[in-house]
Structures are given as structure tokens and as C-alpha cells.
Design a protein around this ligand. Structure first.
Ligand code: HEC
Length: 277
């Protein structure tokens, strides 16, 4: 009886799985998604690779320093980096003195509980990046964790920064023209058309517009593409500074588990050695 019940339950379970698979397949083949401008024209992130990708990925410290430079000279005008302390930058290969000098250039607001005043002091290595006062349109998010907060990780800021386009005449991969399909979807004034942004119209003006916008000290040519890659690599680091350690720990752990499995198997063979099957 128990056997019969479990067979029936199993069959029901399999039938339910099959049914939901069938429904999903039918929906997809009928393209049941609503035909909105976002569905039709939003683009997936660009295919760009970073040194930190993959199971053996490591940060390219030169690139992280260049990315930090792009952040400092361009993005920091609007975006804060509140989760990062100056002393964390030592992981990019800066010396103690360099970190001190970087911190000193910043003014850190501090609340004095005794007087109720907010006073600023020059940054110390233990301080975090200060908040940014922004007066323009939209609200620039803090960038510390942005590569974890958006699909595509580090590829997202790269695609976004290099992905601004002219909306007039813009076509998707199917050759449909945006303003012909959706005449009402014109980008409002003050916003900028960018097919990599979720709703296609972003308040951020293109931040990297000209080659040579920053001057790299390591001789790398500062093309827009290079700067966008470098700052994205830097933002992968800010969101997961322990990435290398995590990946490096993974391999010994896998090795140990494999070893333990083999040991377990031989222990099993040994224990049951004299039993008849
Ligand atoms: C002039 C100010 C300004 C500068 C400079 C600037 N941004 Fe922005 N950024 C914004 C604003 C405003 C938003 C919010 C956009 C919105 O929500 O429509 C934003 C949003 C973003 C987003 C998040 C988009 C999302 O999906 O929510 C990323 C990533 C970003 N900026 C990266 C950068 C990087 C990297 C730089 C430097 C290369 C930079 N920004 C420079 C103003 C700026």
C-alpha cells in the first residue's frame, strides 16, 4: 500500500512538473510578454572580460589604480563611495604614505555630539570616502556595491558608460526603429537615451566623452573604452575586495572534499568487507 501511494505521489509530482514546463514552453513560443518599449529596446550588457573573471580570476592592480583615478577625477563629482575606507586602497598596491596623502585631500564631515555641530577635518586613512553633495537632476547612487546590485556585474557600468546612443533612428537587433514603433517614447529633456539603462532614459549625462579625459601615469592610453573598463574593474573591487581570497580558498576546499569522499568510500568498503550483499 505504501509502495502504491508513493508511486502515485511520484507520478503526480512528475505530471505537475511536466504540466508547468509545457505551460512555460507554450507562453514563450507565443511571446506572451507585453510589447513595451523597454522589452523591445533594452539591451543586455556588453560582452567584456575582466582579469578577475572566472575561477582563477585575479585583480589587475595597475588597472584598479587607473580605475580609482577615473573614479576620483570624474565619477566622484556626483557619486559617493561610502563603503570604502581610504586604508582599503592599500589592496590596490598603494603605500601607507600614498594612502595618507589620498585621504588628506578629502574633507570628512564629522558630527560632534557635545556641541551638535558638524565640522570637517582632513581625511585619515581610517575614514571612509565622504558623502557627495549633488545638485543636478536625478540622484546618483553610491557606487560601492553597484556591481553587485545590477545584473551583469562589472559589465554593467562599462556598458552603461559606453552605451549612450542617439535615440533618433535608433534600431534594435531586429531592425525595428524605436521612434517608429513607439512615437511617444521620446526621451524627456534633461534625460539621456541609453539602451543599457532599465527604462532607457537616464539622468546621468555621459560621464566619459573624450579620449584623454584623465592622464594615466602608467602610460596606458586613456581611450573612453579603456577608462570605462578600468573604472568598472575598480567597482568590481569595491563591491568585493575579498574576491581573490574567496576564489583561492575554493580550490583547497574542493580538493579536501574530494579527498574526504575517497576516504569515505574506502572506509565504507572496509566496514562492509565481510558482509554478503
Ligand atoms: C554629473 C554627475 C555624474 C557623473 C560625473 C557621473 N554620474 Fe553616474 N549617475 C548620475 C546620476 C544623476 C545617476 C542616476 C541616474 C538615474 O537614476 O536616472 C547616475 C547613475 C549611475 C549608475 C547607476 C545606474 C543604475 O542602474 O541605477 C552608475 C553605474 C553610474 N552612474 C556610474 C558612473 C560612473 C562609473 C561614473 C564615472 C565614470 C559616473 N557615473 C559619473 C550622475 C553622474
Amino acid at each position: 500500500m505504501i509502495r502504491l501511494t508513493s508511486i502515485v505521489v511520484g507520478l503526480l509530482f512528475a505530471a505537475a512538473l511536466f504540466w508547468s514546463f509545457l505551460l512555460g514552453a507554450i507562453t514563450v513560443s507565443h511571446d506572451g510578454l507585453p510589447h513595451t518599449v523597454e522589452h523591445a529596446f533594452h539591451k543586455e550588457v556588453k560582452d567584456v572580460s575582466f582579469a578577475s573573471d572566472g575561477p582563477f580570476g585575479r585583480f589587475d592592480r595597475q588597472q584598479l589604480q587607473r580605475g580609482f583615478q577615473v573614479y576620483s577625477e570624474v565619477c566622484s563629482a556626483c557619486h559617493s563611495l561610502s563603503r570604502v575606507a581610504f586604508r582599503d586602497l592599500k589592496a590596490l598596491g598603494y603605500s601607507d604614505d600614498e594612502v595618507k596623502a589620498i585621504a588628506l585631500k578629502q574633507q570628512i564631515p564629522a558630527y560632534n555630539a557635545a556641541t551638535g555641530e558638524v565640522k570637517s577635518h582632513p581625511g585619515l586613512p581610517t575614514d571612509h570616502f565622504p558623502p557627495v553633495v549633488y545638485g543636478g537632476q536625478g540622484s546618483p547612487p553610491d557606487l560601492s556595491l553597484i556591481t553587485k546590485a545590477r545584473e551583469g556585474g562589472g559589465r554593467y557600468p562599462y556598458s552603461l558608460i559606453t552605451g549612450y546612443a542617439d535615440q533618433v533612428g535608433y534600431k534594435n537587433d531586429k531592425g525595428e526603429e524605436l521612434l517608429k514603433e513607439f512615437p511617444d517614447a521620446k526621451t524627456p529633456t534633461g534625460l539621456h537615451f541609453n539602451p543599457y539603462f532599465a527604462n532607457l532614459n537616464i539622468a546621468m549625462p555621459p560621464p566619459l566623452v573624450a579620449d584623454g579625459q584623465v592622464t594615466y601615469s602608467d602610460g596606458t592610453k586613456a581611450t573612453v573604452d579603456q577608462m570605462a573598463k578600468d573604472v568598472s574593474a575598480f567597482l568590481i573591487w569595491t563591491a568585493e575586495p575579498k574576491l581573490e581570497k574567496r576564489k583561492q580558498t575554493g580550490w583547497p576546499v574542493l580538493g579536501f572534499l574530494l579527498f574526504a569522499t575517497v576516504l569515505g568510500y574506502f572506509a565504507y568498503r572496509n566496514v562492509w568487507r565481510n558482509q554478503k550483499h
